[in-house]
Write a protein that binds this ligand. Structure first.
Ligand code: API
Length: 293
């Protein structure tokens, strides 16, 4: 029985903890609850010792336009709102069905820059149409050399420039090819690239090991979070980068620390991503809605 959310003026907020291959989320129903969040509140809840602990917070809201079922907003653990989250999109679809907010198995959801179409399968995996990758420099604030969206990125004058791929899935990704992800300098290089001034909005940093034309291994140092066990938009960006370099075919399995994602891209049009979405628990947290303080 849920505690009375309005007793004695003290409010409680209902949420669900979920993950997509270990990339974990606090998911909040902002359709039946009146929710206004501050960056400071998100940071407190994201703390894995003093809060709930998550990589991103997902806020589900009513649609603001026709032909869309919901809007969903994404906030990194550092409190910043961001453009897209692939693992989050799958968990969003599972959440709105579990909560009875929809009975549709094909769900259209608005994100910051566009609309996604989600297909929920009987085995509880979800296929997300992730939209077209954006390679034009205006999406990636780079001096483009145009060659397969591969750019030199100078980290230090004492070392040769990194040869990186820059792909936007709505959120910025920098993909670096490595021989062995287990030996990749994720913690040392991740923050330097994330905060490089070539990325005025910072970026997510993917370390991609090509196994064959249909398989790769990927680790991601996420913008605003650090290394996560999986990154859906990062997997899409890595597959696009590999395909643009002529190293991947149309359908690829990417092995991330938390499990596998299936990514399809013909070289034009949308990237499709398929993977699981898992509910861990439901909870309630005492809360003073900032707009009612
Ligand atoms: N850290 C990302 C947002 C979450 C992306 C990731 N969790 C995914 O599954 O796509 C960014 O700042 O753009």
């Amino acid at each position: 029985m849920a505690p009375d959310s309005s007793s004695a003026g003290k409010k409680t907020l209902r949420f669900t903890k979920m993950h997509g291959l270990g990339n974990d989320f606090m998911v909040i129903d902002g359709v039946t609850q009146d929710v206004h969040l501050t960056a400071a509140q998100i940071q407190r809840w994201a703390d894995r010792n003093f809060g709930i602990g998550f990589d991103q917070l997902l806020l589900v809201e009513p649609p603001a336009e026709p032909n869309v079922d919901f809007r969903y907003r994404i906030f990194n653990a550092d409190g910043d709102e961001v453009e897209h989250c692939g693992n989050g999109a799958r968990c969003f679809a599972r959440f709105v069905l579990d909560q009875g907010l929809t009975h549709k198995r094909v769900i259209r959801v608005a994100i910051q820059k566009g609309t996604l179409e989600l297909h929920v399968h009987d085995d509880n995996t979800v296929t997300v149409d992730m939209g077209r990758p954006q390679l034009q420099p205006e999406h990636i604030p780079f001096i483009a050399n145009e060659q397969h969206s591969v750019y030199p990125l100078l980290i230090s004058e004492h070392e040769p420039a990194l040869e990186i791929s820059a792909v936007s899935m709505g959120n910025p990704h920098c993909v670096i090819l490595v021989n062995d992800v287990d030996k990749a300098p994720v913690q040392a290089l991740g923050p330097l690239v994330e905060n490089h001034d070539a990325f005025p909005k910072r970026c997510n940093v993917g370390f991609l090991q090509i196994l064959n034309r249909h398989e790769g291994r990927l680790r991601v140092f996420e913008r605003g979070v650090g290394e996560t066990l999986a990154c859906g938009t990062g997997a899409c960006a890595a597959m696009v980068a590999g395909r643009l370099r002529g190293l991947f075919d149309t359908n690829v399995t990417l092995h991330l620390l938390g499990g596998d994602l299936e990514i399809s891209w013909s070289g034009d049009g949308s990237v499709l991503m398929t993977g699981p979405a898992t509910k861990v628990f439901e909870g309630y947290i005492p809360w003073n809605n900032p707009t009612h303080n």
